[in-house]
Ligand binder design. Structure first.
Ligand code: SAH
Ligand code: SF4
Ligand code: F3S
Length: 434
C-alpha cells in the first residue's frame, strides 16, 4: 500500500524538525518522498497556528489540494502539526477531503493510521504523549552543515496571546543521554553546526527532576569531536541563569548569540501579555548577558498592536529597542488566536496602526543593523561556511559566531569549515567580505 509522499512544512524550526521525523517514520514503513504534491499518493501538511496569517495560507493550500483530489480520488491527505492539534477532529468536518489529522505528539503513528484507513475511516489522533528514547533516530535530514535537534517540547508559560501551550502541551525535556547519542551520530554523519530546539530551551531539564540543565547539556555536547558550533533557540529571559551565561562565554564552540524575545517595552502591556517580567527586568537581563558574554549578539521578537496598546506604550517599545540595540529582531502584528487567554481582550488597535508600528520598529532595527555592520568594515571575522549563496552561485555564505550572515567569493573545499573573512561592505541584512 505505501507509495509516494509529499510533505509541506509551515511554521518554525520545531516543525521543520518534526517533518524530518515524519518522513523518517513514513520511510521506515516503505513510503518514498517526492518533490511535488502532483506526484504523490499521500500529501502531508505539517501546519502552524501561531498567527491567523499562517493558518490562512494553509487553508488556501488545502483548497488547492481539494481540486487535485477531485481528479485523483485515491490521494490521501494528512494534516499534522499545530493547526491539527488546535482544531483536532473539527478539521475533518471542515475539510471532507482530509483523511487523517495527527497531533503534535502523535506523528509517529502516521504510517499506521494511513495503513488502517480502510478499517477506521477518516481519523483524528491528537492525544499528548511522552518522548520516546529513539526519537530522532529515523529523522530524514537534508544533508549539509546544519542539523536541528529538539531537546524540549511544549511550553509551561502561558503568554496570553500565544497558541503554543495549546498546540504543544506541557513542557517536557528529552534525556541528555538521548540528545548526546543523536548529536554524536549527526556529527559522525558530517553535520558541523547543531542547533538545539525548544520553545523555552533555557528551561531545559526541569521536567527531568535530576538536576539536568542547559548549561550541563552544552558542556556535554561541546566535548564531541568534530562539532564546530553549537547553538540553541528560543530563550525566555526569566530562565537564563548566570551559570548558563558563563557556560556560553566559557565554551569556545558555543555560538555567542541569544534569541530572547522582549515582545514589548511597556510594563502594562508585558503584564497583560503574561510575560512574567517588566521592562527593567529585561534590561537587567541584557546587562547581565553583555557583561558575562563579551560581544554577545541579542535577538528579539516583538508584538505590536496588542489589545489596548496606546501610542505612548508603543513608544516604550521603540525606546527599549533604542536602549538595547539588538543584533536582529522579528516584529509581528498582534493576531487573535482562538483558545488563548487574550481573546477576552478587544482586538482594538486598527490594522493600519499595527502595520505602521510594525514598519517603524523594522526601520529602526535596520538602522541599528546598518550601523553595527558598518562598524565591522575592515575587520576579520570567523565564519562557518554553510554553502552557496542563494542569490549568487559564484559566492558562498556563512555565519559568524553572532549568527551574522556573511557572503564572500567562492573557493572549493570551504563548505563546512571555519574560515576567516575580512568584511569589505554591507547592506542592512548582509555582510560582504573577502
Ligand atoms: N517559544 C518562543 C516563540 C513562540 S512563537 C518564545 O517564547 O519566544 C514566535 C513568536 O511569534 C513569539 O515570540 C511572538 O513574538 C510571536 N507571536 C506569538 N503569538 C502571536 C500572536 N498571537 N500574534 C502575533 N505574534 C505572535
Ligand atoms: Fe508562547 Fe510564551 Fe511559551 Fe513562547 S514562552 S511559546 S510566547 S507561551
Ligand atoms: Fe511552531 Fe507555529 Fe507551532 S511557530 S510551535 S509551528 S504554532
Amino acid at each position: 500500500m505505501p507509495g509516494k509522499v509529499f510533505i509541506e512544512t509551515f511554521g518554525c524550526q520545531m516543525n521543520v524538525a518534526d517533518s524530518e521525523q515524519i518522513l523518517g517514520r513514513l520511510g521506515q514503513a516503505g513510503w518514498s518522498p517526492v518533490d511535488t504534491p502532483e506526484a504523490a499518493d499521500l500529501v502531508v501538511f505539517n501546519t502552524c497556528s501561531v498567527r491567523d496569517h499562517a493558518e490562512a495560507k494553509i487553508r488556501s493550500r488545502l483548497g488547492v489540494l481539494r481540486e487535485q483530489k477531485r481528479g485523483q480520488p485515491g490521494l490521501k491527505i494528512a494534516i499534522a502539526g499545530c493547526m491539527a492539534q488546535r482544531e483536532q477532529a473539527d478539521l475533518l468536518k471542515k475539510w471532507p477531503h482530509v483523511d487523517v489529522v495527527v497531533g503534535t505528539d502523535q506523528f509517529a503513528r502516521l504510517p499506521e493510521l494511513i495503513e488502517r484507513l480502510d478499517v477506521t475511516g477518516r481519523i483524528a489522533a491528537t492525544d499528548f504523549g511522552d518522548w520516546e528514547d529513539d526519537f530522532g533516530a529515523n529523522a530524514v535530514r537534508e544533508p549539509g552543515v546544519n542539523a536541528y535537534v529538539p531537546v524540549m517540547r511544549g511550553c509551561n508559560y502561558n503568554c496570553t496571546y500565544c497558541v503554543v501551550p495549546n498546540t504543544r502541551g506541557r513542557e517536557k525535556s528529552r534525556r541528555p543521554e538521548a540528545v548526546e547519542a543523536e548529536v554524536r551520530r549527526l556529527v559522525g554523519e558530517g553535520f558541523k553546526q547543531i542547533t538545539l530546539l525548544g520553545q523555552t530551551v533555557d528551561a531545559y531539564g526541569k521536567t527531568l527532576g535530576d538536576g539536568s540543565n542547559l548549561a550541563g547539556l552544552l558542556r556535554r555536547l561541546h566535548a564531541i569531536d568534530g562539532l564546530l558550533r553549537l547553538r540553541f533557540v528560543t530563550s525566555h529571559p526569566k530562565d537564563i541563569s548566570d551559570e548558563l551565561l558563563d557556560t556560553i562565554a566559557e565554551l569556545p564552540r558555543v555560538a555567542k548569540h541569544l534569541h530572547v524575545p522582549a515582545q514589548s517595552g511597556s510594563d502594562r502591556i508585558l503584564r497583560l501579555m503574561g510575560r512574567r517580567y517588566g521592562r527593567d527586568e529585561y534590561l537587567h537581563f541584557v546587562e547581565r548577558a553583555r557583561s558575562r558574554i563579551p560581544g554577545v549578539e541579542l535577538l528579539s521578537d516583538f508584538i505590536v498592536g496588542f489589545p489596548g496598546e496606546t501610542d505612548a506604550e508603543f513608544e516604550q517599545t521603540v525606546s527599549l529597542m533604542e536602549q538595547v540595540r539588538f543584533g536582529g529582531a522579528y516584529v509581528f502584528t498582534y493576531s487573535v488566536r482562538p483558545g488563548t487567554p487574550a481573546v477576552r481582550l478587544p482586538d482594538d488597535v486598527p490594522e493600519a496602526v499595527k502595520k505602521q508600528r510594525c514598519n517603524r520598529l523594522l526601520a529602526l532595527q535596520l538602522d541599528h543593523q546598518s550601523e553595527q555592520f558598518r562598524a565591522l568594515h575592515g575587520q576579520t571575522v570567523e565564519v562557518l561556511v554553510e554553502g552557496e549563496s542563494k542569490t549568487d552561485p559564484d559566492m558562498l555564505h556563512g555565519r559568524t559566531m553572532g549568527f551574522r550572515h556573511v557572503v564572500f567569493p567562492k573557493r572549493e573545499g570551504l563548505v563546512g569549515t571555519l574560515h576567516r573573512v575580512t568584511i569589505t561592505r554591507s547592506t542592512p541584512l548582509t555582510l560582504f567580505g573577502e
